[in-house]
Design a protein around this ligand. Structure first.
Ligand code: ADP
Length: 477
């Protein structure tokens, strides 16, 4: 059965369908999904536009109830939805279920936020005049998401968009339509009026582009590659529309001589290799001071030997496959580039055979890397990390910040002085002390600076910045 697109409250099959393939076992077809056309995208935008006036004025209890019911259903079905996610994306079952729980928590959080909408009342600078400051929805929000967090990223964009009274056109990544279809189905059954949330699965160059080109989309929130992010930005400037971009990272993880070695190794392995290194917050630059360097590298090698890389759904798997063939090629190309550049492949990097055909790669660790190498400057987006040796903390900080990106920065140290200095001076939107660079909460701001992000933060109460526009009203008493 083909899973359909949702346009103006109707499930629409369209003329084409595409297959969702399990990267742990390419013989396993997860499902078939309707491929939307540019025409479908335009119909979805028109539906969202028509639904906006009523939804933007809907009662907070109605919105609260819909988001709350959605949260409850996602949490009640976490094992089944987590399995679907792991099957289509390739992260382990524990990671898939964890991400599903997070999506439920996000809907729960924004269900609560519906009940806490507030403004300000101030006296004017002029006598007998009052000033009210309120937040209003932006209008039709376009949501474009990547494949690496198939349920959490759609959740953290859809939930606030609806909470603050916007209508939505949602285009998920083609590689992982299953999780997106499931949450749209849940929201639809939870009672959303027709046209408020529209799902258009399909190609970025067709459906995504039709969204970028539409004057009727008032805001676009995008997570994906730097190249596509630039297209979103340029098209949005053309239409004078609000936009928010979350793009790449080349996140540093600093290990100082005084670090607790176990803490440093656990955090580095998690940052670099968990979720197959396919997180924008993953760390691929391990910047290590010389006093601990050799011990750290030896301990990383030992720890990496024990990693279980296998089918994402198998019990005991710690790292699943790479998401698809082209991403696997990108990873192995960068491993070749690192060797050509003179870095030493200290561990891993081989393709692996498992019981089923899939995109299995032994996580790779380079040593003797420099920060000038391409493997240290460009986002690889796979289980490939390099160790960069530095003299001391000052050099470590300089190297950590010497990157076009600025999403997440980590440090392993027992020094309060260095931890405090790093928190203040790391050029990143998120800083982690003795913790992996990845793994963030659902209720606090997420985002970066420099080439990683543009616009206001996602998640938590900071999401209101993007999904609302401020009105200042004056009244003569
Ligand atoms: P990734 O490397 O994560 O696949 P992309 O930037 O290619 O990064 O994809 C992120 C999202 O952007 C996907 O949903 C994709 O379909 C969409 N996309 C790709 N090209 C375009 C485009 N020209 N216009 C709008 N969206 C696009």
């Amino acid at each position: 059965m083909v899973q359909k697109n949702l346009i103006d409250g109707e499930w629409i099959a369209g003329s084409e369908a595409f297959r969702n393939i399990n990267p742990s076992n390419t013989n396993d077809v997860v499902g078939e999904y309707a491929r939307a056309s540019a025409e479908d995208a335009r119909a979805a935008i028109a539906a969202a536009k028509a639904a906006f006036p009523a939804w933007s004025r809907s009662g907070i209890l109605e919105r609260h109830a819909i988001l709350r019911r959605t949260a409850d259903e996602i949490l009640a079905r976490k094992d089944e939805l987590g399995k679907l996610l792991s099957r289509e994306e390739g992260k382990t079952l524990a990671e898939g279920i964890g991400e599903t729980v997070r999506a439920g928590q996000i809907f729960d959080f924004f269900a609560g936020e519906c009940l806490r909408l507030a403004g300000e009342v101030l006296p004017s600078a002029r006598p007998n005049i009052g000033v009210e400051i309120t937040r209003e929805p932006v209008g039709v929000v376009g949501i474009i998401t990547p494949w690496n967090f198939p349920i959490a990223i759609p959740a953290w964009k859809i939930a606030p968009a609806l909470c603050y009274g916007n209508t939505v056109v949602f285009k998920p990544a083609e590689l992982v339509p299953g999780s997106s279809w499931a949450i749209v189905d849940i929201l639809n059954r939870a009672g959303l009026p027709k046209g408020v949330l529209n799902l258009v699965m399909g190609k970025g160059s067709v459906v995504g582009q039709a969204m970028l080109d539409s004057p009727d989309i008032h805001a676009i929130t995008f997570t994906g590659s730097t190249g596509t992010g630039k297209r979103v930005a340029l098209a949005s400037v053309e239409h004078n529309r609000k936009y928010q971009l979350e793009m790449g990272g080349k996140n540093p993880f600093v290990v100082l001589d005084d670090a607790d070695l176990n803490v440093a190794v656990e955090a580095a392995v998690n940052s670099a290799f968990f979720s197959t290194g396919q997180r924008c917050t993953a760390s691929s630059r391990l910047i290590v001071t010389e006093g601990i360097h050799d011990r750290f590298v030896a301990a990383m090698g030992e720890r990496m030997k024990g990693l279980v890389i296998d089918d994402a759904l198998k019990a005991g798997t710690q790292i699943g496959p790479v998401v698809d063939e082209s991403q696997l090629k990108q990873d192995t190309d960068y491993i070749a580039i690192g060797r050509q550049e003179g870095a030493k492949l200290a561990f891993g990097g081989e393709l692996l055979k498992r019981d089923t055909p899939g995109f299995y790669l032994q996580p790779a660790l380079f040593t003797e890397a420099t920060n000038a190498m391409r493997i240290s400057r460009e986002e690889i987006f796979g289980p490939v990390a390099s160790v960069i040796r530095v003299k001391d903390y000052d050099e470590a900080l300089t190297v950590a910040d010497d990157t076009p990106f600025g999403l997440s920065s980590g440090i392993a140290t027992t020094s309060l002085k260095h931890a405090t200095h790093f928190k203040r001076n790391a050029e990143a939107g998120m800083v982690m002390v003795n913790l992996p660079t990845a793994g963030v909460d659902f209720h606090v701001p997420f985002g970066g600076r420099k080439g990683s992000s543009h616009g206001s933060r996602e998640q938590g109460r900071y999401a209101a910045e993007f999904y609302t526009t401020v009105k200042t009203a004056y009244t003569l008493a």
